[in-house]
Unconditional design. Structure first.
Length: 265
């Protein structure tokens, strides 16, 4: 993060801190701000409000929302929350409205003691993992990541029968990409050999290898967080029974994508 981005995060942190000093009910203030146009503009690529300071932002918000006095969180918690939300939006590219859905003020307050002493990146990835682990959020993420990774693999390896089956499993529609029978046979042979090789390795070792590729890849922090969660989530099921065909194809495609990205960086 550059100095300008850090300054913007600090301004939003001071805004949250200021709201507590003014006595505004913290939970309602944070929700109102994060769902407002004021927050959307401040966390955009560029807006004049970014250089007006926290007093201006609070005044802008109060013209749209009736801020009420009430229970406040500590100023330390509020500054960290405001800073983390801004960093999350700027670095990870999530909208303010989506961020507040994933980690509302109550969750941020509950996690403050354990996360304010670690890096913001680690804190955000932990908060994201908590959200994905709740209900069916993780299943939705796994589907989205699988579709993205497999679609990318098809761009460079389009004549693969196994990928067609996988795409059908996850509901991706494709049209007549199986044109080269020789390529299909060759890939099927390589896939079989690769599966035998992987079968002789410890499954967790392969998971660690993929996680290391993710960590070293020149990809966005958002992709790193999502890929890491999905791969780690597989660990519980693969330890005892190994990879399913679907999981293997996904990891194979992800490995190829990460290696290609590394070679190009």
């Amino acid at each position: 993060m550059n100095a300008i981005a850090h300054k913007l995060c600090s301004i939003q942190g001071r805004l949250f801190e200021l709201s507590a000093r003014r006595g505004f009910e913290s939970n309602e203030f944070v929700k109102a701000y994060m769902n407002s146009d004021v927050a959307a503009k401040f966390n955009s690529a560029y807006d004049r409000s970014q250089w007006m300071g926290e007093e201006y932002l609070l005044d802008e918000l109060s013209q749209t929302y009736q801020l009420i006095e009430g229970k406040t969180y500590s100023t330390d918690v509020m500054f960290w929350m405001g800073y983390a939300y801004a960093y999350w939006s700027i670095v990870y590219g999530d909208s303010c409205k989506n961020i507040i859905k994933m980690a509302d003020p109550k969750i941020m307050t509950e996690n403050y003691a354990g996360l304010h002493t670690v890096s913001i990146d680690i804190a955000i990835q932990d908060l994201k993992a908590q959200y994905w682990s709740h209900g069916d959020n993780g299943a939705k993420l796994r589907d989205e990541v699988a579709k993205k990774v497999i679609k990318d693999a098809l761009n460079s390896r389009g004549d693969i029968t196994d990928y067609q089956r996988f795409l059908n499993d996850v509901g991706i529609e494709i049209l007549d990409f199986l044109r080269n029978e020789a390529s299909r046979r060759e890939y099927a042979k390589q896939l079989h050999q690769y599966q035998q090789y992987i079968g002789r390795r410890m499954y967790v070792t392969y998971i660690d290898y993929i996680l290391d590729l993710i960590n070293k890849a020149d990809i966005s922090p958002k992709d790193k967080a999502e890929y890491s969660y999905v791969v780690k989530d597989m660990t519980r099921s693969v330890i005892n029974r190994g990879f399913s065909k679907t999981q293997f194809i996904f990891l194979d495609a992800l490995e190829s994508r990460l290696k290609k990205n590394k070679d190009c960086s």
